[in-house]
Design a protein around this ligand. Structure first.
Ligand code: GAL
Length: 366
């Protein structure tokens, strides 16, 4: 008797368990969209997986993180892309062309929806564009132009205007005299644009015989140590008799000022830079550097992110400017740079929160 009751009980429990499991299964199906195979029981995970799949993924191939600004570009671009509901994978090649191509191939093989590139070498990066297009991926050239390639969009500052602003500021102080030009890396198309802008302003004064450019050299790989060597060479070649220095960015200007410091000329010779680095802003308020060109990186990063995500979503991007890169007329967005010296430091760089007043004035209240 007892045995029979126990068997009945066991069967009852088994049956109950079976129906419970069946019940759950049914509930699951009823919440799932029609026709979707159930991967597993937690539909929430499915939902996340689906939105992750459809999420736009941007690949960002950077040349370097050496200069202060690139760290800002990286952080701001990432934040801007994510605020648009997309995701971004960022790789930096430390000034190595082969590594940059390899990293771009990695991003392409990961199936990014769009590739954003800051090229180390304007010409060498053309191969990255070819590889991306073969994979059906469009390319946005960020800050620096890729040459001789069918890029889809170029977003930067008006880099010729950067050079003009530098030369306008210095020729106002030194309308006549001997000039030293410390250029950027000749592999970087921007360096050529900066120089073109500088000489656009200097040439008429050179033609009049008012100004002589006694030294003019590129700075290999934008390395500050190369800029220092250039400036030393210029001082030796001209027995220290120079009247003004225009350096392509603040990192190179800082090293030119180091060399001037060693010959007691720092603060006596006007020096122009670019990028509004903190150290440069400090030198400007102290008086060893005359000016810098401020390029509001948040504007560049946000605009590039907005256009990158829109293009990745298949939207047509129309721009009012085109830049010829030797192969095509590239649709371009060029943002205005701003000349900054001691007199407008507060209402530009500090007002924008690019640097704090405490940092620029090193805690002194002015
Ligand atoms: C340029 C850029 C500058 C500068 C330089 C060195 O292309 O526009 O802001 O810092 O590269 O990386």
């Amino acid at each position: 008797m007892e045995l029979r009751i126990r068997r009945l009980l066991t069967m009852f429990v088994m049956l109950a368990l079976f129906f419970v499991a069946l019940g759950c299964e049914k509930m699951d199906r009823s919440l799932q969209p029609e026709g979707k195979p159930v991967q597993n029981t937690s539909f929430l995970q499915d939902e996340e997986a689906t939105s992750k799949e459809e999420k736009i993924k941007i690949g960002f191939s950077m040349d370097t993180l050496e200069e202060e600004r690139w760290l800002r570009d990286r952080a701001l671009f990432k934040a801007a892309v994510e605020s648009l509901g997309a995701e971004v994978e960022i790789l930096a090649a430390n000034g190595d062309d082969a590594l940059q191509v390899l990293q771009a191939e990695t991003l392409i093989s990961q199936g990014v929806d769009l590739l954003v590139v800051v090229p180390h070498n304007a010409e060498a990066a053309a191969t990255i564009v070819k590889k991306a297009h073969l994979a059906g991926i469009k390319v946005l050239s960020y800050d620096r132009l890729i040459k001789n390639a069918e890029i889809d969009l170029y977003v930067s500052f008006d880099n010729e205007r950067v050079g003009e602003l530098q030369a306008e500021a210095i020729t106002k102080i030194v309308p006549k005299g001997k000039y030293v030009y410390i250029g950027g890396a000749d592999t970087d198309n921007n360096a050529h644009l900066f120089k073109k802008g500088v000489f656009h302003v200097l040439q008429p004064l050179i033609d009049k015989g008012d100004i002589t450019v006694v030294y003019d050299q590129w700075t290999k790989n934008w390395l500050p140590s190369n800029a220092y060597a250039n400036m030393q060479e210029a001082l030796i070649a001209n027995e220290g008799k120079i009247d003004a220095v225009i350096a392509a960015n603040d990192a190179t200007a800082g090293m030119a000022i180091e060399a001037l410091m060693e010959t007691g000329l720092a603060g006596k010779i006007p020096v122009a830079g670019q990028d509004a680095e903190l150290a440069a802003a400090q030198r400007i308020v102290e008086g060893t550097q005359t000016m810098t060109v401020y390029k509001p990186i948040p504007t560049l990063a946000e605009e590039a992110a907005r256009l990158a995500v829109a293009m990745a979503r298949g939207e047509f991007i129309d721009t009012d400017r085109k830049v010829n890169n030797g192969k095509v007329e590239v649709p371009s967005v060029l943002l205005p740079p701003i000349a900054v010296n001691r007199s407008n430091m507060d209402e530009t760089v500090i007002a924008d929160g690019f640097h704090s007043k405490v940092d620029v004035y090193k805690g002194e209240t002015r």
